[in-house]
Design a protein around this ligand. Sequence first.
Ligand code: ME8
Length: 651
Amino acid sequence: MKFYVTTPIYYVNDIPTVGHAYTTVACDVLARYHRLRGDDVLFTTGTDENAEKNVRAAEAQGIDSKRFVDKMADRFRQEWRGLGISYDDFIRTTEPRQQEAVQAFFDTIYESGDLYLDEYEGWYCVSDETYFREEELIEGRCPNPECGKKVEWMSEPAHFFRLSKYEGALLDQIEKDPGWLLPEFRKNEVVNFIRGGLRDVCISRQSDWGIPLPASIPDSEGHVIYVWADALVNYLTCAGYPADAERFERYWPADVHVMAKDIFVRFHATLWPAMLMSAGLSLPTRIVAHGWWTQGGEKISKSRGGTVPRPGPVLDMLMEETGCSRPRAVDALRYYMLRQVPFGQDGEFTGEALLVRYADDLANDLGNLLHRVLPMVHRYRQGRIPATSEAEPELHEAAKTAVRGWEKAVSTLDFRGGLEATWEFLRAANRYVDQKAPWSLAKSDDEKALDRVLYSAAEAIRVAACLVAPVMPDAAAEIERQLGLGAWERSWQQASEWGLLPGGSEAGQPKPLFPQLEAAKPAVSAGEQAAPKGRGSTEEQVMISFKEFQKLDLRVGEIVSAERVPNADKLLKLSVDVGDETRTMVAGIALSYKPEELVGRSVVVVANLEPATIRGVRSEGMILAGWVEGDDESISIVAPDRPVPKGSVVS
Ligand code: ME8
């Protein structure tokens, strides 16, 4: 099966925002998913360079237009590489192959009688590169609420495309193919737009920047093709049109064009299919519009000015706040964008929401599963995945449900639904580990039961890696490395199979997948995670100076009372006398200590830790303990070797 997916080609008047990254990541996920299925994928993106607004941006920087677009196209490539975008083709509309395709295409349209010369008199918005009728303007400005810029009067001879001729054919197409335009509610906007009456579109301008109208068309001299009519043809060019007939036969029509709602109704769902009908070419199989990322309720846009969220600074922030590596920050950003809002809807982009997703979904649900299971494989089975023929069927069922969930979701570009199905499975796997309590089995002599639980949990992690791979390729590869599957040939098929992890194979060394600096942990996650993480919890070890160390107020305290925190298996509420006062502290040590055995014990306390509310209890400090990461029963509190008075300094 072939699968051809396209992003819009972006204007290069400025570098991309998280909005451009969103569409590009979504298409990348589709491409990676289809490659995993074994499909022959063509995934294209690129830059729309023949626009007047690019020329003006170059002028504003005092750079020659060609040099400017060259530089910006490189920037786009660089940005996409930095986000793990696996495009197969990057097209620039200033390339000769685009000129060849556009001219061949307009020759065909001319031959079909759909081009004619007339006088254009009307308004043009350079920012939107769109023609407007007088009555469409709002107070004399561009009617697009996100733009509202001054429009320019144009009066010149121009070539027109008979768009009006295709009203009926477009409405028929929409009716006969219900899945053609997505989402459903936007389809109605298209229908209303077409029913409102389509006017013929001016498709040439008198300019020297752009692709010349073919000389074979009468009165073409001095005319370049309207930038939208040029840009849309890129989808054909990348498929090999017109020169490579074999390639074109293979990939056209595109399986899905993806974009935001701004360029859906007028351009992709109306003008483009009408142009294709005129040229006698097949229509794309699906055209899908997602919503906008907003900030303060306004669309995030290149031209908005101020601090526009761009991928680079967002990644820097993530790395700084969590201590994760760049590839893992990329994974987290990709995940956040696709998980946070339903694909067709707008969503507010915030660093806070991204950090919460990181902590709760990635560090906690996904990361913890790996870091509970792998250390136990090392501890109880000397680092070898147990060999067992009794992998848990109940977990296999959960895995199959998740796979079906993804497959259904991908067919409608419901990325959020796909990820929710995956997380349902991760939660089931975490519950399985909780219920089977391998740390208790390790104390019994039921070796087979322990083998089965460890194997099944590790197998669930293998499946999880496969499910998250299209969205988080780096994390998936790291999970496989830690499972000892370094040279594993991953395929989608393997996500529904069970028992593929080779028993007896050697697991890799555990390393936090989505590390989290202590300071960045939200109180609620810290509570649920129960036990504090070890020093190795940051992926790259952070060195601190002695001066920084001295900022810690470490003191000896004495536990005065201890009780369980209701509805939290792992938490104890302690009263600790730290010399001059008694503080309440919540500690995740309940699986290792009974409350009554703690009273009167000396402990080492971090006395100047910011208070946090954990499960409704305000915790004013932290006691130190050692533990085997992932094993909540191995916690051992740190205490002075010989008696020292309460409140003594620890340094
Ligand atoms: O329109 N939220 O280029 P462009 C979501 N060159 N998506 C966003 C977004 C946001 N805030 N901001 C941008 C053009 N996008 C034409 C396209 S195609 C033949 C020609 C994404 O640079 C989204 O995909 O203005 C939107 O449709 C596209 O960038 C617009 O990019």
